[in-house]
Write a protein that binds this ligand. Structure first.
Ligand SMILES: C[S@@+](CC[C@H](N)C(=O)[O-])C[C@H]1O[C@@H](n2cnc3c(N)ncnc32)[C@H](O)[C@@H]1O
Length: 228
C-alpha cells in the first residue's frame, strides 16, 4: 500500500521552478529553499499575501512567487537593491556583476527582473523598491507569511522584525534566515538569531521547524505588534 507523504516534508516545486531557483544568483541554499517553499505553500492557504524582505536577485522570490501563484495570492518582495553591508565592494559576498557601471553603486534590480521574467513569474510578484522600515511604515495589510532575509546588522534585523512581524496574521508564518545560535557558525553576525529569540520571547510566535539556518515560526496569538 502506498505510504502517504508526511505533512512534515514539503513537496518540492515543479522541476522548471526548481531549475530557475538553482540557476538564479543569490544566497538561498536548496534545503533551506525547500523549507521556505513548504512554509509558503502552507501560508498561502490563508489567502493572504506573502512578503519577503531581501530580494537581492530573486532567488528565494521564485519559490515564494510559485507558492503564491498556486494559492492565488500575491508575493511581495522588499529591497532597496543597493546591497547589504557584506555585499559591498571589498567584502566577502560582493559580486562585481551587481555594480551599475554608470553610478558605481550596486543595483540588483535589473538581475532580479530578468530572474522573474525567465521563471515566468512576473505576474505574481510585486517588487517594493525601498528601505524596509520606510515601506513597513506605510504598510497596513495582514500577511500570510513574512520572510526576513534583509540586512544582517542588529539595526536592520530589528527594524525588519518590528516593521513586519506585526503584520503576520494569526496562524500565519514568520520565517527568519541565517539564524546561527553558535557564534563560530555565523558568517554575517548573529542579529537574525537575536531576532528569532525576540520573536519566541514575545509569546506571539511558536516554532514550527528548523532547517539549517532557516527558522519557521507561527503566530499563535493575535496582536497589534511583534510583542503580541
Ligand atoms: C542576503 S540578501 C537576500 C538574499 C535573497 N533572499 C536570496 O535568496 O538570494 C539581503 C538583501 O537585503 C537588502 N537589504 C539590506 N538592508 C535592507 C534594508 N534596510 N531595506 C531594504 N533592503 C535591504 C540588500 O540590498 C540585499 O539585496
Amino acid at each position: 500500500m502506498p505510504v502517504a507523504p508526511s505533512p512534515e516534508l514539503p513537496a518540492a516545486p515543479p522541476s522548471g521552478i526548481l531549475a530557475a531557483f538553482e540557476a538564479a544568483k543569490g544566497f538561498m541554499p536548496l534545503r533551506e529553499g525547500l523549507a521556505l517553499y513548504g512554509a509558503a505553500v502552507e501560508a498561502g492557504r490563508l489567502g493572504l499575501p506573502l512578503l519577503e524582505v531581501g530580494t537581492y536577485c530573486g532567488r528565494s522570490t521564485i519559490l515564494l512567487a510559485h507558492a503564491a501563484r498556486a494559492a492565488g495570492v500575491t508575493a511581495l518582495t522588499v529591497d532597496h537593491h543597493r546591497g547589504s553591508e557584506e555585499q559591498q565592494p571589498g567584502w566577502d559576498y560582493h559580486d562585481p556583476q551587481t555594480v551599475d557601471p554608470e553610478t558605481g553603486l550596486m543595483d540588483t534590480l535589473p538581475t532580479f527582473r530578468r530572474t522573474l521574467y525567465q521563471a515566468g513569474l512576473e505576474d505574481h510578484v510585486v517588487a517594493l523598491v525601498g528601505r524596509s522600515p520606510q515601506v513597513a511604515g506605510v504598510w497596513n495589510t495582514p500577511l500570510g507569511l513574512v520572510f526576513i532575509d534583509g540586512g544582517h546588522t542588529d539595526e536592520h534585523a530589528n527594524a525588519d522584525y518590528e516593521g513586519w512581524a506585526t503584520h503576520v496574521a494569526e496562524g500565519g508564518l514568520l520565517v527568519i534566515h541565517d539564524v546561527f545560535p553558535e557564534p563560530e557558525d555565523e558568517f554575517t553576525g548573529q542579529a537574525p538569531y537575536r531576532v528569532y529569540l525576540r520573536a519566541l520571547e514575545s509569546g506571539a510566535f511558536t516554532e514550527v521547524s528548523v532547517t539549517d539556518s532557516l527558522r519557521v515560526l507561527r503566530r499563535t496569538r493575535a496582536g497589534s505588534g511583534p510583542r503580541g
